[in-house]
Design a protein around this ligand. Structure first.
Ligand code: MF3
Ligand code: CO
Length: 263
């Protein structure tokens, strides 16, 4: 077998500037959702809030009707994954409770260019154990983002993420990060674990979504009967964080944060 070299889309500076606009819509939406995710609110109400922010900005959803090969078209604009749900939870009637760990994932399109990010939100008063899981998962995302540097190999990101988790939690292997730009999911796939120094060399103009998922127990996951929701096999709680980052001459540029972050 010959291994096909993944063709990674290279964006011009102007195209990255549009991706930054999409990323800002994502950042503002996730900020609004983080405020609204209080005990008593439903995950469906957060999806409605996200739809409002999209239309306020004249942007569209990356997720709505998204249909990977063979899957049911995705029915919402956010993913809302609660507690033992890891990713791709479908928002609806579920009422958030004090102490829940809610991961919200959101993607927006501006002029054909995508931004994709996720946060884990502590609903009400979280236990110290859950707060630490979320804090460590977020830190592992930042370690991965900092490795999105021209001249590095792709799996330097994977390795940085895994090192930052430090063996303390289960690292989900079935899902990972991805290239992003004129489509939400593009080459390359980005593992959240593994040895450094492998895969393509990163170049200015590449854009990557880096999204670690960590669990308090085993890393095994399963897809629920709705065809989308991914939960842990052992019922342990999970955290998911994601940013879209551009590789630039001047280092990693985080496209989906509210502040203009260059690492
Ligand atoms: N950030 C998620 C991912 O890359 C987006 C899920 S797309 C959805 O997997 F349509 F499934 F929601
Ligand atoms: Co993503």
């Amino acid at each position: 077998m010959f291994r096909r070299k993944p063709a990674i889309e290279i964006k011009s500076p102007d195209q990255l500037a549009v991706m930054r606009q999409a990323g800002l819509v994502v950042a503002r939406t996730l900020a609004a959702i983080s405020e609204a995710a209080t005990p008593g609110n439903t995950t469906g109400s957060l999806d409605e809030l996200a739809r409002d922010v999209l239309s306020d900005h004249g942007a569209t959803s990356s997720f709505l009707h998204y249909r990977p090969h063979g899957a049911i078209p995705y029915p919402a604009v956010i993913c809302a994954s609660v507690n033992d749900e890891v990713v791709h939870g479908i928002p609806g009637d579920r009422v958030l409770a004090d102490g829940d760990l809610l991961s919200v994932d959101f993607g927006a399109v501006v002029d054909g260019w995508h931004g994709d990010a996720a946060v884990s939100i502590l609903v009400g008063r979280a236990s110290a154990e859950i707060a630490e899981l979320s804090r460590t998962t977020e830190a592992s995302m930042w370690a991965g983002l900092a490795a999105a540097r021209a001249g590095n190999h792709l799996t330097d990101i994977s390795h940085a993420v895994e090192q930052a988790i430090g063996g303390r939690y289960g690292v989900v292997e079935e899902y990972g990060g991805h290239g992003i730009g004129s489509r939400m999911h593009m080459d390359p796939h980005i593992l959240n674990y593994g040895p450094p120094g492998r895969g393509p060399v990163l170049e200015p103009g590449m854009a990557l979504a880096i999204e670690p998922m960590a669990t308090l127990g085993s890393a095994e996951v399963m897809v629920l009967a709705d065809g989308w929701t991914v939960s842990t096999a052992d019922g342990s709680w999970a955290s998911h964080w994601e940013h879209t980052v551009a590789v630039t001459e001047d280092g990693p540029w985080v496209l989906t944060s509210l502040a203009d972050v260059r690492l």
